[in-house]
Structures are given as C-alpha cells and as structure tokens.
Design a protein around this ligand. Structure first.
Ligand code: HEC
Length: 105
C-alpha cells in the first residue's frame, strides 16, 4: 500500500492539483529560461574594432598613418606578442592598419 492511499480522497485531489500546477510553473520557467539563454548572434569583429580593443590598453591608439605599411608589419610582430593576440586577429589588425596607413611599401 502506498502512502497516498492513506490520505483522505479530498487530500489526494488537492495533491494532484498541486502537482499539476507545479508542472505548469516548471514548464513556464523552462520556456522563459530558454529564451534568456539564447545566445546573441555571434558577429565577427573587424580589424578596426580589434585594434581599438587590444591596442589601446597599454598606450594611446596610434593613427594608422603614423607608420608605413612595412613598419606596421614589424610593429605588429612586436605588439602581437604584447597584446597576446591569436594569429587571425593579428592579421585582421595588420590588414586594417596597412589599408589605412596611406603608404605603398
Ligand atoms: C601589453 C602592453 C601593450 C599592448 C597590448 C600593445 N602595446 Fe604597443 N607598445 C607597448 C610598449 C611598452 C611600447 C613602447 C616600448 C616599445 O616600443 O617596445 C609600445 C609601443 C608601440 C608603438 C610605437 C613604437 C615606436 O617605436 O614608436 C606602436 C606603433 C605600438 N606600440 C602599436 C601597438 C599595436 C598595433 C598594438 C596592438 C596589436 C599594441 N601596440 C599593443 C605596449 C603594448
């Protein structure tokens, strides 16, 4: 004999009501939580944004025109290590700097 059989019938009914409402509240909570957990669309940062985020931490951001295309390549090999950047981000930043430095070599 299980424990519920010992309860008067009206108690059994109210227990059922409580169980059903608990399930309902649970379902609603799960739906709300699922909405809140939906990650925002992942967007890729541009070289310009990566530059602003990473390269102004230790010193003021330099204008891309402050160095030549070739100098930026060298500077990036030094600063990439300082900023601890992954290759892909370093490449994006270098591309941004070289495209906007206004020199050819
Ligand atoms: C952890 C700190 C740090 C970060 C992050 C950093 N730098 Fe630097 N940077 C320095 C220091 C310190 C110097 C000056 C000393 C030197 O030249 O070694 C410097 C100097 C420079 C110079 C001037 C060099 C010269 O000779 O005039 C440039 C340009 C530069 N950084 C660009 C960048 C770029 C681009 C990034 C992002 C990839 C970056 N830095 C990230 C620390 C940092």
């Amino acid at each position: 004999m299980n424990r519920f059989c010992l309860l008067a019938p009206r108690w059994r009914n109210s227990l059922a009501v409580v169980a059903v409402s608990a399930m309902f509240v649970g379902a609603v909570a799960m739906t709300v939580a699922k909405d809140a957990e939906t990650p925002p669309a992942k967007k890729k940062l541009t070289g310009e944004q990566l530059y602003a985020i990473n390269c102004a931490r230790c010193h003021a951001e330099r204008y891309p025109t402050e160095a030549t295309k070739a100098e930026w390549k060298t500077l990036m090999t030094h600063m990439r290590v300082r900023a601890n950047l992954p290759a892909k981000q370093s490449k994006e930043i270098l591309k941004y700097l070289q495209e906007n430095c206004g020199t050819n070599p």
